[in-house]
Design a protein around this ligand. Sequence first.
Ligand code: HDD
Length: 704
Amino acid sequence: MPRKPVAEASAPTATVHGLTLVRGQGGELHQLAEGDTDVLTTAQGGPVSDDQNTLKVGARGPTLIEDSHFREKIFHFDHERIPERVVHARGYGAHGFFETYESFAKYTRADIFQRAGEKTPAFVRFSTVAGSKGSFDLARDVRGFAVKLYTKEGNWDIVGNNIPVFFIQDAIKFPDVIHSVKPEPDRDFPQAQSAHDTFWDFISLTPESMHMIMWVMSDRAIPRSFRFMQGFGVHTFRLVNAADESTFVKFIWKPKLGMQSVVWNEAVKINGADPDFHRRDLWNAIQSGDFPEWELCLQLFDQEFADNFDFDILDSTKIIPEEILPPIPVGRLVLDRMPDNFFAETEQVAFMTQNVPPGIDFSNDPLLQGRNFSYLDTQLKRLGSPNFTHLPINAPKCPFHHFQQDGHMAMRNPVGRANYQPNSFGVGARESPERGFRSFADGEEGQKLRLRPESFADHYSQAAQFFNSQTPPEQRHIAQALTFELSKVETPAIRERMIAHLLNIDEGLAVTVADKLGITDMPKPADAAVSPRRDLEPSPALSIIANGPESFAGRKVGVLIGNGTDAGLVKALQAAIENEGAAMEVIAAKVGGALVSDGTKIVAKHMIDGGPSVLFDAVAILLTEESANLLAGEAAARDFVADAFSHCKFIGFTPGAVPLLSKAGVEPGADEGMLPLADKASATDFIESCRGLRLWARESAVKL
Ligand code: HDD
């Protein structure tokens, strides 16, 4: 293929470590010397004459060891992988910014909170916890929500999750909980799943995990998209102001589009249909200019509140309900740019809880204190050099000056004679007691002990509060999730131990799960360190369904068409969808599309088995009777309808579509989630109904 001259290359240049790199024909960035043409070179810059054949003795002879181009190419390929993260291996990141609403100087001297309208560059990486880098997106799992804010006084990493509590109270238990959920060591399965003996063995022996288990068995663990999740800093941190006064704080990210989850049966099918469902969703949203946004909200409290609160604010298995301590919005996070290169940015980004700027400080939460050791270590292991801060994604964007030097892959090296301080050559920077980070001078004294505080001992009250704060469908989902997970556990004693814990949380839940598992002899409730548990007021803020969005914006409708479909109706529906800020994708029997009523062709995005209804938030079936009869004979088309119905989705349909609905076992008048489509008005009504996201009232009929 003739090469395009460089001047024609449409893509921009980029500067990496001071080198100007040009984007090549394949989109790759590479170095060009001035006046050079676009000739393939070795990594040493030598032009390559032939990249198709190794150097051999004769056309059919052995390969020569002097083929240094081949050797360099294969050597580099052989070393392409770095160790995946020991947890949160599968992740997806994006760039954006944080915008401060108002000065918050009263509470913190952190530079990022001093000026209204201040914009701070940000990088966010979302992840699952248990699965490997190549696992699927819709595992039932916690999602990582790690935010790096490149502030003017250093990088601030809020390394959080989409769940505000954690499995364990002390960091020393982290390897245990993670070993238990990862594939079992003798057989190396199951992948990216908690539904196996070792996980539930550990959990059933660890009562402190019960609150977290309620969250992980809830819809929070199967989010519809990263864009519809909350994020939490989990621990109590401190804000410290210029007068060195401290206020305790918890960090919460709230998605502008509201929260949304899928149902488990759907998650299982999505993993087959599109294992990259969450990645693709973020990619598509950002590439189409529909930038996801979260509001940063702070729960602020003082020592007196901490002393009087029902639970210890240093215990990461507890929340402070929003009804007791309303979160205050302080700024917004917008993601507006995908990385140029996944490896360079998303894979190499190094988050560390200990990265806090002056004005933010830690609490004594023993989980946080342990994390502050772990993250530095892991980056050295993964990235292979203490110079991982030289990578552009990890380097601060503010001026920085230190005397650290040398080591593998050192990109920035000190200049001048003195590489120490103090020095009398006037080289380098000096520390600043005024500007620099000062730890909050909390008074600490005590004996050295390995002891869990008494105040961490109540493991069931907030677990029950979470369960009692869910709507009936969400409670059903928790029961179903527990049943599913425990049904995969082969050791009866582990199942029974879990039922014994559930009895301390909610008797009805315990009985439902035990019944489904076929346990006839109910065990005694588990021994509890604090008994009886407290009956806490429900916290409505904890429900996803009760706090649904007001609009269908950011969601996706799958529209099934066929030959003869009413072209005007497709247009009307598209207008209604776009007007709502949602997106539409067309599905047809052939990906080439269908000839619609006005004689034009509408090209499809998916064939039916490539675009099953699990990929959409709602579906519209715009078929003539003839097309519907044809499709009624296809399993993929019947599944399209049957799945949409059993996943409680809103279904719009033309009268002609009825033969397909019937063959799929769906009554056109089954419930108010079945919406006839004929004209512009009915298209608008359909999209307005979709704002409800799911018709949960249908759930009892379909027995999800
Ligand atoms: Fe962790 C990664 C979140 C407890 C040790 N953790 C990691 C990531 C997130 C979290 C989001 C992925 C960051 C990225 O995208 O690169 N971890 C949490 C939360 C915790 C938590 C919210 C509890 C509140 N973690 C925790 C403990 C330890 C670790 C108690 C160890 C004592 N976590 C790690 C790690 C990882 C990590 C081994 C693996 C990859 C990495 O750090 O960069 O150091």
